[in-house]
Write a protein that binds this ligand. Sequence first.
Ligand code: MRU
Length: 347
Amino acid sequence: MSEQLLPIIFKDDHLQILDQRQLPNKIVYNKRKTIEEVFHAIKDMELRGAPLIGITAAYGMYLSVLEFKGDSKALLNQLKDNGDYLVKARPTAVNLAWAIKRMIATAKRNHEKEPEEIKKELLSEAVLINKEDVEICKSIGEKLLTLLKKGNGLLTHCNAGALATYQYGTATAPMYLGHERGWKFKIFTDETRPYNQGARLTAFELSEAGMDVTLICDNMAGVVMSQGKVDAVIVGCDRVASNGDTANKIGTMTLSVLAKEFGIPFYIAAPTPTIDMETPSGKEIPIEERPHEEITTFKGERVAPENISVYNPAFDVSQAENITAIVTEKGIVYPPYKENLAKLMKG
Ligand code: MRU
């Protein structure tokens, strides 16, 4: 993974953020420093993917108080205000709120220290969240490999790849690890309308890594499944409810239903920070709606009538009953999810 393109690079007093909107055509890093810049980087899709949003938010929280002058109590209040603002950048991926809470908890734990010491603790916590993500992804990859065989056909959706995390990705982790070990998977990636994360990002990163990857339109998934080309569907997640219902990129739910129809295992690659035990089911997961232009235009050109009504939910919920297993860094969880996720998260 050494020559891999990193989605963010932390540089002491700012972040260099790879502008994923310009991939695969251009590799551009933008300097982001203020909380407003980090908010917009997340909201406007400069970076995306649940784990990466969490890591970036952690660094963003640190940067937001780096130049703060005031006592420790005032610093904590400022951090909380910044968290209240940042958490509104995107609603579905729970990693955003999770990382913000963890940063505020760090400041609270250290509230008796001097402000400069608290800032150091915040930086250590952000770096730790970043490091943990790499280990989480690797561990998910190893666990998923135990469910796969050499030469398997794999289908994925959106980008739950290295560009959505820090390295390896979640759904793509077994693909990277398998590739290193000569497992020769045949990977299909949906283009993932309307934002094309599959075409622009997953097809890009997997082919750059030298894997056998084939791009299909979202509406071709049923055909490749019916032709026996898919042995497993592996997708990421933005929020797993405590009953196992899972929100991921729009189109994932359709794949879960198709996979069931064709008797193909449907796996969720789920870091535990994406499991939200406080959300009881998919019904309570907030689903982001994105601008209509994502559907009515293509590369800036209008492709639909003016004034047409548009509905553009960015995520959907796969029902727990259609999920074969939820694969976390701590272990593989099978139904019944309510009981088994509770056990995993307590352990
Ligand atoms: O809108 P996006 O690109 O942030 O959506 C990303 C996804 O749906 C991913 O599958 C999910 O965040 C998991 S990333 C490891």
